[in-house]
Design a protein around this ligand. Sequence first.
Ligand code: PLP
Length: 494
Amino acid sequence: LDPEEFRRQGHMIIDFLADYYLNIEKYPVLSQVEPGYLRKRLPESTPYNPESIETILQDVQDHILPGVTHWQSPSYFAYFPSTGSIAGFLGEMLSTGFNVVGFNWISSPAATELESIVMDWLGEMLQLPKSFLFSGNGGGVLQGTTCEAILCTLVAARDQMLRRIGSQNMGKLVVYGSDQTHCSLQKAARIAGINPSNFRAIKTTKRTSFSLSPDSLRSAICEDIDAGLIPLFLCATVGTTSTTAIDPIGSLSDVAKDYGLWLHVDAAYAGSVCICPEFRHVIDGVEGANSFSLNAHKWFLTTLDCCCLWVKDPSALIKSLSTNPEYLKNKATDSRQVVDYKDWQLTLSRRFRSLKLWFVLRNYGVAKLRDFLRSHVNMAKLFEGFVTSDKRFEVVVPRSFAVVCFRVLSPGMGKAASYANGTTTNEASTNELNRKLLESINKSGLVFMTHSVVGGVFVMRFAVGATLVEEKHVITAWKVVQEHANAILISENY
Ligand code: PLP
């Protein structure tokens, strides 16, 4: 690695990326390529002789960029955001540059100690109870993704329970979520060896805005106990993936406590906005949870991957996930004065993720982070206003954060007869109409949105969150929606 060549080529990549951001609005937001496009364009095998970075970068421009869906485009309103920032990028770059593998304290003390510090900082910003912080005998760890965080906590809960009831009862353990819980819970349950028939996705309804009802949970638990099963784990969500529904953490934690369940709160998307005092109430009751996680790589300006997981009892994680081979033994570990994060996660090797989060926290400060999040919520309100002021459309579920779930109504349906007020006669055809509308909008390349189906209703999700988004992009997006709706309604003879 020649430092001077590194400097020259590094600058070239920064220039390339700066130009990319300068021109990002010229690209179709959703990639328009066909499956298999890249194999047709690239050579069949690795070059025998070295190629210059200049040549490779030209191929990135010509062949890779057409196949990129531009998550950083200001007209990206799909899924949940994956926000980036200069601070986040630079922190990421530094950690890649140092390329340390901080599995235990001695392998890079700064990597471990900075992680513990930023997790306490962020925990305090969220007003998490002290019991989740290192200073309160809990602690935080940076995982790659929420899927890993849920799996780790589920395994910790499983082993804690089996130590008490004996491993012969493994087949009786039951895991609970709602029908809106992210699919990672079911996957984690499968990996953790939970009997597939002991996975409960409790039904939610429009009446509770698709949040999990504590009464339904209690009934499900009682039924399972009556059947001789053993309730183990509840995953409650603050900001569900389809509609950003909010499960009532406080009352759910009461139920969990009554029956001895481990409660994990998945706030992958909405956790970030809880640093704003006006949103903090959505995690009220978190003191009753065993673990809590959010994705800083979603809505917190920190590049993928960066899932923040706090636990009240790190020893539960450690008992399940620790390894201690001879080649990793060292005095610091023996002294029990240090954290060895390898014992808090699935993998041994781990990246220096805390650098990017530390850069973001310091470079923005609490004030600017709050401004950033609030600006997205305000833009979502603006879009919501557009939807409600056009009688052909409706907001399907109340907006909680910066995602608007809406749809176009079949003509004649009218808001009065709409889903918001009860059943409709032509739900299936309305779903089809919305599916076509979304496809047509996304094909334009001007805007990218995604969908979900809740309570049998197809909804388009307008998720504000791209770092570069401004009001003008929201206004344009609404015009695109209206124009495509006009065209579709005419072509469908409405
Ligand atoms: N939980 C919720 C509520 C989500 O919305 C998502 C992803 O969007 C996840 C979990 C999964 O997150 P990850 O991709 O970090 O595993």
